[in-house]
Design a protein around this ligand. Structure first.
Ligand code: NAP
Length: 301
């Protein structure tokens, strides 16, 4: 069985080009799109990730303002910054980067992100809007799974799709996006029992559990397309997904790699959402065709 490797890089490249074009067109209209990243951690891999957003933004002509409050920031300080940036006209998109310092409740903060700037779908209002088919930004990771499937023309309508993981940032919004695309969605979690009971007959399996090697080749069939959302740093510093790539390669019909799969598309989509948010915050400017907002509307409708 030859397994198609579904790299995220070609799609990420296309999205980056679209962001560049939209950023240039916004600049002509006198608006420089800006994403603000609010962070408070010393975690090196997170800092590396934020720098990668900054570099990608720079290449695309999107401003990136990193507001780093340090690893001992309090919830009150973070709340104040989120309120300020939400009200600040020159910031069009906001990312609240996790992890946050011990004792800080993310739940108490995400609702402070202005919904029109909530480019990573963190505010519960965004999730609620997705659930009822109203316009909202989906979390970029969830959307990137759907966009990768679209890019490789893998149909989900009428198909059995299993999502492993039910977090508010990946599993739940992804299941809503897939449901809106007429997939028959099963959501698995830590109490679901043996995964193969659900995954063996699935057309598509998306794994977002944060457990290296969770899904193996014996748990899928030759018609299954596997999307690996997981990112796990091993003790030797290497990055692996949630899928045992060695055993799934050769068994499944398709597989996204880690790195170079979902993650590369996610960063590109954060920037796409930023330019779209910038355009929507200036109602006098025409909306660009085929933008993120249009896609989300379609996906959630
Ligand atoms: P999370 O909040 O920890 O949620 C993990 C989910 O997986 C939970 O619903 C949990 O079930 C479920 N789970 C854990 N062990 C399981 C098992 N043995 N069998 C079945 N389900 C299991 O994690 P997250 O924030 O959603 O992230 C998930 C993964 O995606 C992580 O590796 C993260 O690093 C990665 N991620 C990648 C990107 C990207 O752009 N590539 C972005 C975001 C996250 P319970 O609810 O029952 O606990």
């Amino acid at each position: 069985m030859s397994t198609a490797i579904l790299s995220g890089k070609p799609l990420a490249g296309l999205i980056h080009r679209e962001v560049q074009e939209q950023a240039r067109s916004l600049e002509l209209d006198g608006v420089r799109p800006v994403v603000a990243v609010v962070m408070a951690t010393a975690d090196e891999s997170t800092r590396w990730y934020v720098r990668s957003i900054e570099r990608a933004a720079e290449r695309a002509g999107v401003g990136c303002r990193i507001i780093d409050l340090g690893h001992d920031a309090t919830e009150t300080e973070l709340a104040g910054v989120l309120r300020d940036v939400s009200a600040e006209p020159s910031a069009h998109g906001i990312i609240l980067q996790t992890p946050l310092p011990a004792g800080v409740r993310t739940d108490n903060l995400v609702g402070l992100i202005a919904p029109e700037k909530d480019i990573d779908g963190a505010n519960p209002l965004s999730l609620g809007r997705l659930a009822v088919g109203q316009p909202a930004f989906a979390p970029a990771t969830a959307r990137s799974v759907v966009d990768i499937l679209d890019h490789y023309q893998i149909p989900v309508a009428g198909k059995a799709v299993v999502v492993v993981g039910r977090s508010a940032v990946v599993g739940k919004p992804l299941s809503l996006l897939l449901l809106a695309r007429d997939a028959t969605v099963t959501v698995c979690h830590s109490r679901s029992g043996p995964l193969e009971r659900h995954t063996k007959d699935a057309d598509v399996v998306v794994v977002a559990a944060g457990r290296a090697g969770l899904l193996t080749g014996s748990q899928v069939s030759s018609r299954t397309v596997v999307v690996d959302v997981g990112t796990n740093v091993l003790s030797d510093g290497s990055l692996v997904g949630d899928v045992d790539q060695a055993s799934v390669t050769g068994t499944a019909a398709g597989l996204t790699p880690v790195p170079g799969g979902v993650g590369s598309v996610t960063t590109a989509l954060l920037l796409l959402h930023t330019v779209e948010a910038a355009r929507r915050q200036f109602p006098s400017l025409p909306l660009a065709a085929g933008t993120a907002g249009a896609q989300v509307l379609e996906a959630a409708g």
